[in-house]
Design a protein around this ligand. Sequence first.
Ligand code: ASP
Ligand code: MG
Length: 470
Amino acid sequence: MPEDFQRHTCRYVRNSPVDWASLVNTVVELQALFSALLPQNCTLMALLVQKFGGSSVADVEAMKRVARRIVETRKAGNDVAVVVSAMGDTTDDLLDLAKAISPGPPPEREMDMLLTAGERISMALLAMAIEDLGVRARSFTGEQAGMRTDKSHGRARLLDVTPDRVKAALAEGYVAIVAGFQGVSEDEDVTTLGRGGSDTTAVALAAALDANVCEIYTDVDGLYTADPRIVPSASRVTRITIEETLEMAAQGAKILHLRAVEYARRFNVPLHVRSSFSDQEGTWILVGRPLTSDQEETMEEPLISGIAHDKSLGKVTAVGIPDQPGAAAKVVGAVAAQGVSIDMIVQNVSTSSASTSDISFTLPESEGAAAVAAVRELQHEMGFADVLYTSHVGKLSLVGAGLRSNPNVAHRLFGALADAGINIEMISTSEIRISVITDQTDLADAVRSVHTAFALDADTEAVVYGGTGR
Ligand code: ASP
Ligand code: MG
């Protein structure tokens, strides 16, 4: 039967009030069954975007396994658009290569030219592997897929997504493969979306195609209550709200690119994070819908969704700042002017007779030197005593709905750290999060202790299928 005849789909409407994450899942599962019963020209279909990360396509074998999975999905009658990352550690290897060629900061335009090659290798090889299994496939660069971005090389933002060629390929029955993490600027220059940006490509493509679901394939079976590389007893989360996922990603959980989560929230793209190495159901990330009934039952209980950690932070402290209006604005303003992103800010209460206080903030370790220099510039003018810098601090964040209003949660968290003999350097809270700063060397222990204290440990060990964690 010509592929074109299979195109008539019964698509489910998004934004319906039903629990449609499970509905989509059910559709995908049942459609093989239904299509056998339906007349030949009426197949129940879904449009899926499947994103495969670097570890899922690390070598020839992995690439072939991914191709088989895509072909299976296609043969079940679905339209499939795929987004791929560069193979394994290719992006890091290319960065090393650039550094070896020229020690100075490389021209950003050329860097993006170089890095986008990684994803192009993947997309072409994957198309070949799929064709080899008897299914037609076509690969597209970010530009060909209509990923228009601004001009900021290395951290470009999507301005417009018009995947006309992808749509046409799908309509002709092809599996469409899009190179992740890249686009083209208003100047027709190739750009990249920043490290880990293929997730964002996938979500943006899913939104533009109005896909039923965006599946993010990785090397673990979904989102866990903590990084399974650090906490082997971490439990898999079956469902989580997009807000909690956003908080987890923002606090350093490595599973999803933060911008991808933001995009999914804005455009109501349902995500299913799962492993390309197993057939296990992964984690459904739910958008724009009320709590499920089992969540409602426990509504007054703090719902811990997990522990995120970030181990590459530094801490700057300006000591003895005059306690007067405008001081904090000056310090933070000077740092912001350097383009440094500040994370947690704490000002202690001024108790000394000299009426001074200290302001501390955390930031990515790599930006420590720039921030210290900026604050030092103010030291003389503002007359404060000193600028201190601690590298190698880490942050542990406990994330879950309704945390702030429950003092027992904070008590249990701090108690667990105390029992483990771990010192807390800073604390901050939000509606759905409590974060603490500790020494970097204590961080893994801290995560394990808190995980156990909140009874999050599973009976079985989480499987990490691949990836070098680089
Ligand atoms: N290959 C790029 C990186 O390693 C983009 C991605 O994997 O999402 O950051
Ligand atoms: Mg990667």
